[in-house]
Design a binder for this molecule. Sequence first.
Ligand code: AMP
Ligand code: MG
Length: 486
Amino acid sequence: MPFCFDNTYAGLPDTFLERIAPTPVSRPEMIRLNDRLATELGIDVARLGSLEGLSILSGNQCPDGSDPLAMAYSGHQFGGFSPQLGDGRAILLGEVIGNDGVRRDIQLKGSGPTPFSRRGDGRSALGPVLREYIVSEAMAALGVPTTRALAAVSSGDRVVREGMVPGGVFTRVAQSHIRVGTFQWFAVRQDEDNLRVLADYVIARHYPNAQQEKNPYRALLDEVIQRQAELIAHWMQLGFIHGVMNTDNMTVSGETIDYGPCAFLDVYDPTKRFSSIDHQGRYAFGNQGRIGHWNLIRFAETLLPLLDADKKNSIAEAEAALDAYPDLHRSALQTRFTAKIGLEGADADDWDMVEILLKAMAEGQADFTLVYRHLSDALESGNDDAVTRLFNQPEQIVAWLTNWRTRLHDVDRGHPLALMRRTNPVFIPRNHRVEEAIKAGNDGDFEPFHRLNEVLQNPFTEQTKFSEYEAAPAPDEVVLATFCGT
Ligand code: AMP
Ligand code: MG
């Protein structure tokens, strides 16, 4: 069998899940199989690439050792609480232990209805399958903690979205699919026993060191806060906008999850949002740090019964943990953004320099990714033209460049350049390139999809044959909105 399943979630009490097998599709075809990831996971790649593998990855055959189930969870969506969400179009096949010793979920997305589907069809359109494959693998290559893509399959069936569109099945790999919303499921039901079972499970699976702490649940809260503060700063370093930071889309493992309406900044604009349903800009680029805190407050609320037997003490524990978040996030952001301009161990003046540059980029409508790349080129060549050209008016950046060079004089020269080159990607999944790959894929041409995946495997390395993928979109290529396609 291709997978050596070792399932633990399936052994949790009934209230955690609904047992359900995938529903077959008509004519599955493999679009892309992530051989490298499969090997890291100890999966038999040859068998996964065979007809048997296709049959499993499309949901047409349930592999040996699988105990398929849909996970229960709740969640705050755009600030409003839904007690009853859960995997409505995803099915956990089972868990495998990779060569690194880490346990990971193998989940099919778009594999048919579950008891949590409500009015949904349990299916995925092909477009979102391709988007999640491209962006989650790009994020992994960029070094961001994230769920991964094991396979993308076309189903041969059509699904009803804005008209009839081709369907697909996506295989997602995650350290786990436990979300803030999973804790909310038990909290809203005032099911303290199972809340404790869940917390103990998460500690054992993700934060085993917390077991040694005086208060393991407080340690769990601290760890999750720390990871999210860092994760969101990491997104922002790359100009990533998650787009749908609902509490059911925030993992407790600290991996990025849900690539529905995500996008990357072209022109720098802290108020930028792409998602067609984010009318208020709740999840805009520059709001992400604050929303992370808001979600973590929801998480802490669920833990109150566990933090201390005395309610007042639990609240004090939760508040102390949450109060650390703003500084953790700010300091992660400062480290990452000062590294983008070649400065390490930054002081307050360095942060001012970061902010002045960002302000100039917003005013000058400069491309976020290109500014930082061209800054490293300018540092190497001494020629600023490529940088100044990115701004509406050169005056917006000229004085800053002078100050920056002066500041760098105090620093050893080779080092800032190396730091910038490994902090600022050459290639990101540009929105217009993702759209191009999806559009062609919907017409049955997967070449652009494969090429984009290939480029993005080495995002920090110049690849001359792919230089057109560095470019910002031409005015008529700019993507204005993204759709989750659910
Ligand atoms: P998401 O937008 O992916 O975060 O999903 C939010 C909720 O809607 C989750 O409970 C999903 O399982 C559910 N959902 C989204 N799309 C579908 C669909 N096509 N069929 C059934 N449930 C869905
Ligand atoms: Mg989701």
